[in-house]
Ligand binder design. Structure first.
Ligand code: AMX
Length: 459
């Protein structure tokens, strides 16, 4: 018999077999009933309380400060920045496992934290690392698919397409199609898909890079390296500093609460029970927008254009004029401002400190530092800008550029590899909590006028 049913069963049992000793899944199995009960209790006690009011301005203005999403793994504070399971960026840097006697946190450890709320023991950490190595292989068809993509496509488009290609392997979709899964089990299949997606995404991303920019010369994985270190290796970067840079980079970009475009899109699409591949492909498409993940490539372009026009050793006054000219042309200053943050993004500080430790005498890194002092006072003079301070994208692209990655379009792919960690942890928990399909109401101009207009009482 060679039925689809058989192949689904084989896939599932192979995956269960592989994970008999998966410590993260074991821990999740302990946690899921406990947290489900906690959420039930929270709803029972506070379900009817009002979280916030929504004004017409907020409905039209991108729903700023409308707290209508439940997203448990991370929270963004306008002043202190992101906390992941209540730990801020410096704390994560201090407490998470680090690689090669380095300084930067390892994403495997962060994923454990995002899923469980606890820092992993050495054994738990090693177990996730091992699992991702086992699950991470790309078969020859997948490699062929990537190597056949048109090189003219944007690398974020390639990433999104490859995630859709891999969707044929979704265990959730297969068992759901066959009616073999009930709601309490959904999360287990989302977990399997999420772990496979995470294990594979650095290899997919590295292959896209080698295909688009390096004539398809593939670099095989080095199984002795960690997830981020191996990504640096497969991209073709051999220096210890690049591995360190990517460890930190992939950790700090992992999650930024639930309302940002990539996290929210992944969550929304997943709420329709679209599997993790479909959901994250959608999230990646949102991340590819210039106001979201593409900003780091925009920053670099903007800085290089400024340098081309004004030369080296630019004075503060000239930077100020350049900023004002950019705004007069109707453009934004990339890397500055944020929809929620109102102070300097701690992830920017993390990268600035990394640069201070590892990078000496790079005029572009110096320019980023100079801009940090010069740009905010200029933006403060433009009343409508809510946050004149830098976000993470003001620095991240410049680090990659320093280490030799000159393909700006690719920078957002690195972001996407990282953001998969937060999006996947949340997606697993959304199914574990049994959250429903997301479906907010919307209003029309006529609705607003009829409800609040002068004649409303006459109607
Ligand atoms: N340069 C120029 N104008 C800016 C600005 C900037 N850096 N930041 C905000 N503004 C403008 C907005 O465009 C808006 O103008 P409008 O009313 O004419 O449309 C006005 O100021 C008010 O915007 P806001 O309430 O301060 O910000 P927002 O929530 O609407 O937008 C963001 C937030 C990030 C899109 C915006 O600050 C921006 O475009 N920044 C530059 C791009 C960037 O760095 N994006 C990365 C964000 C982090 C991430 O997701 N990776």
């Amino acid at each position: 018999m060679h039925s689809k049913q058989q192949s689904v069963a084989q896939l599932f049992y192979r995956s269960l077999y592989n994970n008999t000793h998966g410590l993260l899944k074991q821990r999740m199995r302990e946690l899921v009933p406990v947290k489900q009960a906690l959420l039930r209790d929270v709803r029972k006690r506070y379900g009817s309380k009002e979280v916030c009011k929504v004004t017409v301005d907020q409905a039209i203005g991108g729903m700023r400060n409308v707290f209508a999403l439940f997203y448990d793994a991370s929270l963004l504070d306008a002043k202190t920045g992101i906390t992941m399971r209540d730990y801020n960026i410096p704390e994560l840097q201090e407490y998470l496992q680090k690689g090669e006697n380095g300084h930067e946190p390892l994403p495997e450890a962060l994923f454990w934290l995002l899923c469980t709320g606890d820092f992993p023991s050495e054994q738990e950490f090693a177990d996730v690392q091992q699992e991702w190595k086992q699950r991470g292989q790309l078969d020859s068809q997948t490699q062929h698919f990537i190597l056949s993509l048109p090189k003219t496509a944007h690398p974020m488009t390639m990433l999104s397409q490859t995630l859709l290609y891999l969707q044929k392997d979704s265990l959730f979709q297969q068992v759901y199609d066959q009616g073999k899964v009930s709601k309490p089990q959904y999360w287990e299949y989302f977990y399997e898909d999420a772990m496979n997606l995470l294990a594979k995404i650095p290899r997919v991303a590295a292959l896209i890079y080698r295909h688009k920019y390096k004539n398809g010369e593939i670099i095989s994985a080095d199984e002795s390296l960690d997830w981020a270190g191996n990504y640096a290796h497969m991209l073709g970067y051999k220096k210890f500093e690049v591995r360190e840079c990517l460890r930190g980079y992939l950790s700090i970009h992992a999650d930024h609460e639930g309302g940002n475009v990539s996290a929210h899109t992944t969550h929304l699409v997943g709420s329709a029970l679209a599997d993790p591949y479909l959901s994250y492909s959608a999230g990646v498409n949102g991340l590819a927008g210039p106001l979201h993940g593409l900003a780091n490539q925009e920053v670099l372009k903007w800085l290089l254009e400024m340098r081309d026009e004004l030369g080296e050793n630019i004075s503060n006054e000239k930077i100020q004029d350049y900023v004002l000219t950019t705004i007069r042309e109707g453009k934004v200053i990339p890397g500055y401002g944020h929809a929620v943050l109102r102070y300097t993004d701690p992830r920017f500080i993390h990268q600035k400190d990394f640069a201070a430790r590892h990078i000496k005498d790079d005029p572009l890194v110096d320019l980023v530092r100079q801009c940090y002092h010069v740009i905010p006072p200029v933006l403060k003079t433009i009343g409508k800008i809510q946050n004149p301070w830098p976000n993470v994208d003001a620095h991240s692209g410049v680090l990659l550029y320093h280490y030799g990655m000159r393909e700006f379009q690719y920078y957002t792919v690195v972001f996407a590899v990282s953001r998969a960690l937060g999006c996947m942890a949340n997606l697993i928990w959304s199914r574990a909590f049994g959250l429903p399909i997301e479906r907010p109401g919307s209003i029309t101009m006529r609705w607003i006028e009829e409800k609040f207009g002068e004649n409303q009482n006459l109607k």
